[in-house]
Ligand binder design. Structure first.
Ligand code: HPA
Length: 257
């Protein structure tokens, strides 16, 4: 039995409509749903394990209104030393349980000066600075027209300001230099981060509808005159978390309608 068969069996009585990948600091979304069942990554034979103590990952099945959701708490990045196969484990799990709608969230550095840290942006396209995504089939639009329309409708309904931008994917683990950020900006990038692009590409290749969002947590390297204080960053994150949770739950409802 593969790890994905195991997950499929475990949730065999469920029919989650939406899969959600929770980015850094966004686990509080789970406080707002009725949790039905959880599955720790460590209880799945052969599933990758989080290397960070106290941050062990899990799948959480729950309901928001009439919509059944499967959320993944904890994800895998290249900068942790994982290969592409491992990085894609969560998408493959969603696929195994029959999920067709995927919401992906992340924290990202902001390059687009039309926005500000604290803003939420829909990822409309990606630039691969890792030379890793080339193993995935290219040529697909990152986000479909109807998903984009629904994303902006959810913003209106939940009264959350939603921007959109192009996400530049780097492997990390280090943040960028100011010159790299200037270069990414000249290529048309608006956001920079170390996740999400491979998940988007794989999901699109497998005919899933994808709703990818960045929470702009900071100005990218070299843009701000002076670094934000820790308190300011925390305050911003706290504010965005509340908005993003309300937004995501509204989007789930619209997807379910
Ligand atoms: N760069 C890369 N990844 C990030 C950043 C950043 O500035 N902020 C959050 N994730």
């Amino acid at each position: 039995m593969t790890k994905f068969d195991f997950i499929k069996d475990y949730f065999s009585n469920a029919e989650p409509k939406v899969g959600i990948v929770l980015g850094s600091g966004l686990n509080n979304l789970l406080d707002s749903i009725d949790i039905e069942k959880t599955l720790s990554y460590s209880d799945i034979p052969g599933f990758p394990q989080s290397t960070v103590p106290g941050h062990e990952g899990s799948f959480v099945l729950g309901k928001s209104g009439n919509v059944q959701i499967l959320a993944a708490k904890g994800r895998f990045h290249f900068y942790e030393g994982y290969d592409l196969e491992t990085v894609l484990s969560i998408m493959k799990s969603f696929y195994a349980v029959g999920i067709k709608e995927v919401i992906i969230t992340n924290a990202a550095g902001l390059m687009d000066r039309k926005h500000k840290p604290g803003d939420i942006l829909l990822i409309k396209n990606c630039i691969d600075m890792t030379n890793q995504a080339s193993v995935l089939k290219a040529g697909t639009a990152v986000i479909g027209e109807s998903e984009r329309n629904l994303a902006f409708k959810a913003a209106e309904v939940s009264n959350v300001k939603l921007g959109e931008g192009i996400y530049v994917w780097t492997t990390g683990p280090s943040y960028e230099t100011p010159s790299e950020i200037e270069y990414f900006t000249s290529l048309g990038g608006d956001l920079v981060g170390m996740s999400t692009m491979p998940e988007i590409m794989w999901a699109r290749e497998h005919k899933m509808n994808v709703y990818p969002f960045s929470c702009a947590t900071n100005w990218a390297s070299g843009i701000a005159n002076q670094p934000l204080t820790h308190e300011e960053v925390n305050e911003t994150a706290q504010h965005v978390r509340k908005d993003l949770t309300r937004y995501i739950l509204t989007l789930c409802k619209l997807i379910g309608d």
